[in-house]
Design a protein around this ligand. Structure first.
Ligand SMILES: Cc1cc2nc3c(=O)[nH]c(=O)nc-3n(C[C@H](O)[C@H](O)[C@H](O)COP(=O)(O)O)c2cc1C
Ligand code: SF4
Ligand code: SF4
Length: 435
């Protein structure tokens, strides 16, 4: 059976599934039950500085986006960091860590952007025996207006500065949690590295307004007639997170930096995808909030089975496997030609592929008598839209043309060799380079 144990920047855990800093990790009661349910680690709900705890709203703090079957696709929240006293959290963390020495326990921290504030909290966190800290530079609401969270995460110089302080006053691993509310994720990741971070974790939540109530004319969730932007997470954000993780994994400045992947992980497959793109482990929030702690059982079982099937003996063997295959558009093979193919036996004749291709793509699907839908190869540009809209899985597939065949759309013979935009005759830059 595949070995799921992980060593992430020296922090060992029985499996790569950690709960992200959020309500599931808010208190001892939750975390103990999470470990009993099988989670490999937790990042404790973000701690704030000593003093009066933050105050949350008393109205609804979540909003949601659903798929047609009311499956939760995206979750929005306006919750702040922990609203419990620092001392209570620290005492609970110490107790839990003592009872679960083999599980990873990370303290997430967000204090003002002043050296004294970090210097004051770090020794206290150290005393709990926590395995490391995660710097919350990501929270996009509430705390950012107070100069913390994403207000720090959006300024690479601040990230580097605070990370340096943490490395100075704390001798265990420092993970910097990045905000996706930024144009180029490589900049904050590089800043974290320059500050001495042991790893980055991403993504925190994305600025969002889930919906507007058209009766009250207020954003939802609505607090006494008003709403504010919140942080978006859940399955809907996974593609954004995967892209950002891959950017860090393949950038010359940050390549090889340990990454904890976060954003929409709901199944073992999501986790495997993050790992393939360079994440050493994953963190989960929305899936646990939606389905409960036991969802980790499927994650562990599924990952282990898949690894056995593929012959991967350890998680480390999966990490980064897909990174060499992430490239820029200009390097994609322009001699790779495919055509859509419809499996007539699987087709339920709904006509969605026809409507999509006829109205918004290349008029490459013919509707024949008896509602038989067929692809017109001479028109098909292989855009994949019909595959994406077809309600029957694998009913339409994209089939590669063999070298030597003639593409009836272009009249050109499919070439066997790889050729990309950088050398294409239509590329003015390529022509110039050849001269
Ligand atoms: C209600 C809620 C509260 C959160 N609180 C925190 C927090 O205190 N600190 C933090 O770093 N991230 C916080 N997050 C963000 C999560 O840790 C995580 O980065 C994000 O939800 C993406 O993961 P997911 O798609 O699995 O939910 C919170 C998320 C939610 C939904
Ligand atoms: S791949 Fe695109 S162009 Fe080809 S049939 Fe499908 S929708 Fe039409
Ligand atoms: S969308 Fe799929 S099921 Fe519907 S007609 Fe087209 S091929 Fe058939």
């Amino acid at each position: 059976m595949a070995d799921l144990t992980t060593d992430f920047v020296g922090i060992k855990s029985p499996n790569p599934f950690w709960l992200a800093s959020a309500p599931p990790t808010d208190k001892e009661y939750n975390v103990r039950r999470a470990f009993e349910a099988g989670w490999g680690g937790v990042v404790w709900k973000t701690l704030g500085a000593e003093g009066p705890p933050v105050v949350n709203v008393n109205g609804p703090r979540y909003g949601a986006i659903y798929g047609p079957d009311r499956r939760l696709m995206g979750l929005n929240n306006i919750e702040l960091i922990t609203d419990r006293p620092l001392e209570t959290n620290l005492e609970e963390m110490a107790r839990v860590k003592a009872d679960y020495p083999d599980h990873a326990l990370i303290a997430s921290i967000m204090v003002p952007c002043e050296e004294e504030a970090w210097k004051a909290i770090l020794p206290r966190v150290m005393e709990t025996g926590a395995d490391g800290i995660e710097l919350n530079f990501g929270c996009p609401h509430g705390m950012s207006e107070r100069g913390m969270g994403s207000a720090v995460g959006q300024v690479p110089e601040y990230i580097e500065m605070v990370t340096r302080w943490c490395k100075r006053y704390y001798d265990r691993p420092v993970i910097v949690k990045l905000t996706p509310n930024i144009t180029d994720i490589r900049k904050p990741a590089t800043a974290a590295k320059n500050g001495g971070a042991d790893a980055v974790s991403l993504i925190n939540t994305i600025n969002s307004i889930t919906s507007v109530n058209l009766d009250s004319m207020a954003p939802e969730p609505t607090i006494d007639g008003k709403g504010s932007h919140g942080g978006y997470c859940g399955p809907a954000v996974k593609p954004i997170a995967l892209s950002m993780v891959s950017e860090i994994a393949r950038d010359a400045e940050t390549r090889g930096m340990p990454i904890s992947g976060i954003g929409g992980v709901t199944t073992w497959r999501d986790a495997a995808e993050f790992m393939a793109l360079g994440a050493g482990n994953v963190q989960v929030c929305t899936a646990a909030m939606t389905y409960g702690f036991r969802i980790v059982e499927e994650m562990k079982r599924g990952l282990s089975q898949w690894m056995d099937e593929k012959g991967y003996a350890s998680v480390a063997e999966v990490v980064g496997r897909a990174v060499p295959n992430v490239t820029d558009w200009q390097y994609l093979n322009l001699n790779y030609v495919t055509k859509a193919r419809i499996d007539q036996d699987a087709c339920i004749q709904c006509g969605r592929c026809y409507a999509a291709c006829e109205d918004t793509s290349h008029q490459a699907i013919a509707m024949k008598p008896g509602r038989v839908f067929e692809v017109i190869d001479a028109e098909c540009v292989a855009c994949n839209l019909c595959v994406d809209v077809c309600p029957v899985e694998d009913c339409i597939t994209m089939v590669e043309m063999a070298p030597g065949e003639v593409d009836p759309r272009t009249g050109r013979t499919v070439e066997p060799h790889y050729a990309n935009w950088t050398t294409h005759p239509n590329n003015p830059a390529a022509v110039k380079a050849a001269e």
